[in-house]
Write a protein that binds this ligand. Structure first.
Ligand SMILES: [Mn+2]
Length: 301
């Protein structure tokens, strides 16, 4: 099953290219199996309605689903090469496409953001927004510098990423060592509790952060644990106090209106921990297609 049964052939008018990275080797706990999430999230699109919430027919969007990247579980360097080459090939077919990655653990975002960032011509206008209950800012974890708990730090290490174009929102489960690193680097993040001041003010903080840095092109990485575990139980870390679906929906809608989205991903869904009714996979599929619709409808104008 492809995502909403979209075609797999990239054409001149293709706007979005979906692909899966079925890889969870760099997670820090054995419990979740996010490597099967790309397939599970595609499968639920067979059972949910084929219109967006605002009434668009999903079939009208210029989306292709090219399937999963072939991964060798423990060979990290090889996988990084494979993923970067895969995305380079996508751009060679059509340089304007917006990559949409379904993970996999959060480390899958690293080679994708690197490839998208490298592709952006004006690096000064490129920014990264991460929705996550964690900062993922450890210097090293478990198997080394590459881990789902170091992903934000590895992004920060890119020559064109700094504390004015990287923002983490939804944070609420931060350990002391990573907080100390984040504070010493003056990394900007919005805690989940700041939502008590209201959603509009929260969104305004996100938008003004990037506008103040003259960012036009934004990559968005969505760790499903940014959402509350009451609606997203199928993930490795069930941390209370997260976003509702509607809050994330509105955040994505408003940032799509304010920035050119150059790529996005959704990671850390663990289908083996999901409810029998596949609530977390449904949530993931909905967020992906709604975000696609916000971007597509904006560029149409
Ligand atoms: Mn994460």
């Amino acid at each position: 099953m492809k995502f909403f049964d979209f075609n797999e052939k990239i054409k001149d008018d293709t706007q979005f290219v979906i692909f899966g990275i079925p890889w969870d080797y760099l997670t820090s706990i054995d419990l979740p199996n996010s490597s099967i999430a790309p397939e599970s999230i595609r499968n639920v699109t067979n059972d949910i309605g084929w219109t967006t919430e605002m009434g668009d027919h999903i079939t009208k969007f210029k989306v292709v689903d090219v399937g999963d990247i072939s991964i060798q579980k423990v060979n990290v360097e090889k996988n990084l090469n494979t993923i970067e080459n895969f995305i380079r090939d996508l751009y060679e077919e059509n340089e304007y496409i917006i990559p949409v990655m379904i993970g996999g653990d959060h480390f899958c975002s690293y080679p994708v953001i690197k490839s998208v960032g490298d592709h952006v011509i004006n690096k000064k206008e490129f920014g990264v927004l991460i929705l996550d209950s964690h900062l993922d800012f450890y210097q090293k974890w478990d198997k080394g510098v590459y881990s789902h708990a170091t992903i934000s730090h590895r992004i920060f290490d890119f020559a064109y990423i700094n504390n004015n174009n990287l923002l983490i929102v939804g944070a609420r489960d931060i350990d002391i060592p990573e907080l100390e690193i984040a504070e010493s680097e003056n990394i900007k993040y919005l805690s989940a509790y700041q939502l008590t001041e209201g959603l509009n003010s929260y969104i305004e903080k996100i938008i003004s952060f990037f506008k103040n840095s003259n960012i036009h092109n934004l990559y968005v990485s969505i760790d499903i644990d940014a959402l509350d575990p009451s609606i997203a139980p199928g993930t490795g870390f069930a941390i209370p106090g997260g976003f509702t679906y509607r809050e994330v929906w509105k955040i994505l809608k408003d940032i799509a209106e304010n920035f050119e989205i150059t790529g996005f991903d959704l990671v850390e869904v663990a289908p083996n921990l999901d409810l029998k009714n596949k609530m977390t996979c449904n949530l993931a599929a909905k967020l992906i297609i709604e975000f696609i619709s916000f971007i597509a409808n904006k560029n149409k104008l």
